[in-house]
Design a protein around this ligand. Structure first.
Ligand code: NAD
Ligand code: UDP
Length: 337
């Protein structure tokens, strides 16, 4: 009798959700998957490994609530989930310019497929948009109300315009189907598990410094960026999804308003690594934005969110990660890419 009773004991009813993270084995996605699992959710990570790697989620593969699926979001996906975080898309200029048409397809067809999935399931869906929708901004800092200054046919257009179209699609689904959407505009983010060959400034400078190679300063180095540590970013992302009513759609800027010249970043990296690398000048890439800093008033008021990790603290953690990475066998795998 006892045996029978035990086998019919109802499962503990849980409010935890089944959450799809597209691009989940990339840099930001892998941190998001980790946080969602820590909160007790089930996570389905979908990725085609264009820039992501199994290594980024290797530590999650044995977790009972984690599942990894190889899939390209430009193809329809049939799964059952309660929420969707749509992160799939290469983020660095080197990677998104490698196959511009695929980048556009990932943003646009990927958004259509994920929105279609969300519509069938009536699932809440968050889009990881970007500060690149502001292009080379003529308004500084950039509030969400600014419509941007994007060259529609330049080398960055496949990413910028793809992301702009994805935002349009999200709002069209909202208007037409009343879908619960969240749109987040991410500013430059850095931290452990950035792709070592993505050519982005933080990973480039740290690797160059740690290996005593010249630090490549594009242009005069006086262009500015605002750098957000990945833990802060993920906190903002989860707050937007979880802690706002369905009526709150965004777009919401999430980034660190601390603004630094690229030259100052190089000098800080040199100081923190104790490197002997010299600074060398290289040509400024076409359409490289002159300045960028988020206005985060909306995130502060809506999400009670602001970044907590200073640049030097975040850089120290990222340097420690790349130091260990360069000493590991993984570095050889990436060197081949
Ligand atoms: P990332 O390149 O590390 O991650 C993107 C992930 O998407 C990778 O794992 C990649 O393999 C996957 N992917 C690409 N195309 C796909 C496809 N067609 N189907 C399935 N998976 C695909 O980049 P990240 O920095 O982690 O960026 C994540 C998201 O955040 C992206 O949408 C990016 O546009 C956005 N974002 C990032 C930054 C930043 O500073 N890192 C800034 C603004 C916006
Ligand atoms: N940059 C640089 N040296 C590098 C890589 C990048 O000076 O080795 C500059 C780049 O020209 C840009 C800034 O750093 O002005 C940020 O570049 P990143 O590609 O990281 O981000 P994004 O331009 O997309 O903001």
């Amino acid at each position: 009798m006892n045996e029978i009773n035990r086998s019919f004991t109802p499962a503990v009813i849980s409010s935890n959700r089944r959450i799809l993270v597209t691009g989940g084995s990339g840099f930001i996605g892998s941190h998001l998957c980790e946080r969602l699992l820590d909160a007790g959710h089930e996570v389905l990570c979908v990725d085609n490994f264009f820039t992501g790697a199994r290594a980024n989620v290797a530590h999650l593969l044995d977790h009972r609530n984690f599942e990894l699926m190889r899939h390209d979001v430009t193809m329809p996906l049939y799964v059952e989930v309660d929420e969707i975080y749509n992160l799939a898309c290469p983020a660095s200029p080197i990677h998104y310019q490698r196959d511009p048409t695929q980048t556009i397809k990932t943003s646009v067809h990927g958004a259509i497929n994920m929105l279609g999935l969300a519509k069938r399931l009536n699932a809440k869906i968050l889009q990881s948009s970007t500060s690149e929708v502001y292009g080379d901004p003529q308004v500084h800092p950039q509030p969400e109300s600014y419509w941007g200054n994007v060259n529609p046919i330049g080398p960055r257009a496949c990413y910028d315009e793809g992301k702009r179209c994805a935002e349009t699609l999200f709002f069209a689904y909202r208007m037409q189907h009343d879908l619960p959407i969240k749109v987040m505009r991410i500013f430059n983010t850095y931290g452990p598990r950035m792709h070592p060959n993505d050519g982005r400034v933080v990973s480039n400078f740290i690797i160059q410094a740690l290996t005593n190679q010249p630090i490549t300063l594009f242009g005069d180095g006086e262009q500015t960026r605002s750098f957000c540590y990945v833990d802060d970013l993920v906190e903002g992302m989860i707050r937007l999804m979880d802690r706002t009513p369905d009526s709150v759609t965004g777009p919401v800027n999430i980034g660190n308003p601390g603004e630094f010249t690229i030259r100052a970043l190089a000098e800080t990296v040199l100081e923190l690594t104790g490197s002997r690398s010299a600074l060398v000048r290289r040509p400024l890439p076409v359409d490289d934005p002159r300045q960028r800093r988020p206005d985060i008033s909306l995130a502060k008021s809506l999400l009670n969110w602001e970044p907590t990790i200073e640049l030097r603290e975040g850089l120290a953690k990222t340097i420690a990660y790349f130091d260990a990475f360069l000493a590991s066998a993984q570095a050889e795998v990436y060197a081949a890419h």
